[in-house]
Design a protein around this ligand. Sequence first.
Ligand code: ADP
Ligand code: MG
Length: 686
Amino acid sequence: MALIAHKLTELRGVGPKLASRLQDYGVHGVEDLLFHLPLRYQDRTRVTPVAALRPGQEAVVEGTIKLCDIAFGRRRSLVAVLQDGSGALLTLRFFHFNAAQRNGLQPGCRVRCFGQARPGRSGLELIHPEYRLTGDAPAPVNETLTPIYPTTEGIGQLQWRKLCGQAVALLRKNPPADLLDGVCKLDFTLVDALIYLHAPPPDAPLALLQAGEHPAQLRLALEELLAHHLSLQALRQRERRSAAPAMPVESRAVSQFLARLPFRPTGAQQRVMHEIASDLASARPMLRLVQGDVGSGKTLVAAGAALQAMAAGYQVAIMAPTEILAEQHLSSFGAWFAEDDIDIVWLSGRIKGRARQQALARIAGGHAPLIIGTHALFQDDVIFARLGLLIIDEQHRFGVHQRLQLKAKASDWRPHQLVMTATPIPRTLSMVAYADLDCSVIDELPPGRQPVTTVLVDNQRRESVIERVAHACSEGRQAYWVCTLIEESDALQAQAAEATHAELGETLPELRIGLIHGRLPATEKAAVMQQFKAGDYDLLVATTVIEVGVDVPRASLMIIENPERLGLAQLHQLRGRVGRGSTASHCVLLYQAPLSANGRERLQAMRESSDGFFIAEKDLALRGPGEVLGTRQTGLMDFRIARLPEHDHLLDHVQVAAAALQAQHPKRVAPLIQRWTGSRQVFADV
Ligand code: ADP
Ligand code: MG
């Protein structure tokens, strides 16, 4: 249900040219104008006495010109000095001016100006103020604060004000019913909030507006977050209506498997395994997200689920975001299930030709119970005979889109889905980004893990770090040396790693140093990892290809070069490669000075904490939701009004309102989703 159905061209002053410019900018109808909210406001509702002006303040001042002349400083400028009733003087300065201006600003005439006060050579100055001569009669001031809109080339502020003003007037004339009416306690209706924000009254609290915390803004943010939350819930409900294969709980196969392991599952692992087992036993598709910090043992939980599905005669697909990680699963599952005689099919982008045809035939023939691979599993020609369970590891690397795409492949039934992530998702985000999933948390690390001590070292002291590596390795420890580049280019990353490999080889001839990067053929990558795991290398020089999932318990030292280039989540992932065994582990962040403020804050967070949840919250605060979820390019998490994590405090209300809306006004759900997520989201088609 649109708030307002008018077309842009129905507005005064909008011809085809402006309309198409607006379209290009994403404003397709009058309703979009209503949601095109100001970035900030100017106060032109009162005249400020010059004596009360503060540096930085934007204000209207009015007074008499005392003097006007051309000043020849570093740059020639027209300078006029104004005095008002407060007796104070203010300089107006123009670097670009014409003769008419110069002649217009004669001593004795009254002017009204608007501009930002800045400290100058002799007191405050307004540079290029807007001004007009007022004569003796007092001129009226604006009745509302002046909005400054986000804009694009070719559309001026005045134009935006006129357009949005007309949109607001149309809304006022015909205000629609409020979708949240009677659902929760509201300070503002949607209509009142929009009217207020396009033209706040003179006494509006500017600081609150600037912070995005004004009740009118909160009203809109609440509705927006609610719409996102509801859209995912709708998706989930639709999923839940489909059929899935019911797989009986397999306590025997699972306990036999566990009995073979050299360790006992933690309490948290057991709890989560139970949750999954009962989901799988149901004839409705499981949609479960397992969150567990790096090293919490998610793979084991996945193995339990896989056993249950296979015992029921269904295929299980396990998908990982990188080839190294997928290979590692291949080797873990291969070893774990060796006695069960389970035939595993391997599929990655590098499997081509005949080998690929064979793999596809085994998948389609239904003979292969377990398929492990990368996103190559998404390809159209991969057809599963009896896919019953899909396990996606390290979810944050896959977009929601991809998740949906693979889901869409199963035919008569939906496979159960298990999504595992090591990046804990702050509650805020999971409510609006993962509300379609149930959530299990592995909130316990296996016993005996040593915390990783993290230190920051300036690259100028690189030599001492190299010595430290030599020392650790001489004591039989293993180490990673991670080379980072901002470029996504595999080639450049590989180059950097090769150079470092050569450098360290020269300085540390006594060490056996391996090298791994994205350009190596898959078999070679696997071989290098295997050798490192077997202890054939002391030191592994790597790119961020080892970021997720790599598991070599004996490695207890990690050097990360240029950590300031990486995001917090990525650093946390990398660091999670050490501290997996029982030796005390260390992580050296070898940074390049000078650090930006943001960079310093990130590295300090790393030093302070190894708690994935703390780091995830910090990451969200520093980078915003789009970056954290990796959806920035898709626009999926681009909120119009809501800001995360600043608006976290609204989430309790979101939950309450969602429940109330669904119980009392189910008919309002679809229009609400449509209003806020429109065509941008796959979830919208409910
Ligand atoms: P992640 O959650 O990061 O995927 P993994 O599943 O790779 O963690 O497990 C990390 C390491 O801990 C592996 O070597 C795994 O065998 C081991 N592990 C898993 N569960 C336990 C446990 N309950 N006790 C001891 N070690 C465990
Ligand atoms: Mg893992």
